[in-house]
Design a binder for this molecule. Structure first.
Ligand SMILES: [Zn+2]
Length: 264
């Protein structure tokens, strides 16, 4: 996927993603990149918005009004991403993130008047007070801790039974990313950690996070879950793993690194 300015290559093929209330509209036979722009779209986004280029195809997205057109079905983006290639999954994530931003910034956050899409940039502009609202990106940390008993994974209260993942949380205002890693692990499972290692990042569009992935080592403490965000947490070894996050997620990548580390 190539992210460029909003100027699409006019010689390339165009495809359109229809998004409705955070869901992707697909045909009954599973097509989600539509060959035609939808005529049913919202007033504050009258033209399809260029998302990115994928395999020499210009991908646009449209936010669709409430009624589902006949022959289309709504699918949750997170479910769809598990079925796509990594490049398609990244593309869908960007389209969803842009749709959340557009829906949440129809009005100026400073003076309350209606906004319009900037002619060139990804920005929602207020003509009255000149305030421009760009796509919101919220930094988050995500971390897998390794220790003598295995890799530390947790079950978020929103996860289905049996699904475990890395620990994660938002970076607070005025906080460094490293301090957020220590704080989140301590708050959620009561463990002290050491030797942080940055691994990589991933945009996560539910709704607008930028996940920064770390590995860490156990330092001290016993597992004590907070009961608010985390229901269960435990140390896992490769021969006894729970249901893990999907294959292209940064969470899964960190879990795999952790498992390889304890196997040495
Ligand atoms: Zn304003």
């Amino acid at each position: 996927m190539q992210i460029k300015s909003r100027d699409a290559d006019t010689s390339a093929i165009n495809r359109f993603i229809y998004i409705q209330q955070g869901n992707i509209l697909c045909t009954t036979d599973g097509i989600w990149l539509h060959s035609q722009a939808s005529e049913v779209t919202v007033k504050w986004l009258e033209q399809p918005l260029f998302v990115a280029e994928l395999d020499a195809t210009n991908i646009y997205m449209q936010v669709i009004e409430d009624e589902i057109s006949s022959g289309l079905q709504a699918h949750h983006g997170r479910d769809m991403m598990t079925l796509l290639t990594e490049a398609e999954s990244d593309l869908l994530a960007r389209a969803l993130q842009l749709s959340h931003w557009l829906q949440d910034h129809q009005f100026c956050g400073r003076c309350g008047r209606a906004t319009t899409l900037h002619k060139v940039d990804y920005g929602m502009c207020c003509e009255a007070c000149r305030h421009t609202q760009y796509p919101r990106i919220s930094p988050c940390i995500i971390v897998v801790v390794t220790g003598p008993k295995g890799v530390l994974l947790a079950r978020n209260t929103r996860f289905p039974v049996g699904r475990f993942s890395a620990l994660a949380g938002f970076v607070e205002a005025g906080e460094s990313v490293e301090a957020a890693v220590h704080r989140e692990v301590k708050e959620e499972v009561g463990i002290d950690i050491k030797n942080l290692q940055y691994i990589g990042s991933q945009s996560w569009s539910f709704p607008h996070s930028l996940m920064m992935g770390y590995m860490a080592e156990y330092k001290a403490g016993e597992i004590a879950v907070d009961g608010v965000e985390i229901d269960e947490a435990d140390w896992f070894r490769p021969d006894c793993l729970p249901d893990l996050p999907f294959r292209f997620s940064i969470a899964r990548r960190l879990v795999e690194i952790g498992l390889a580390k304890i196997a040495k």
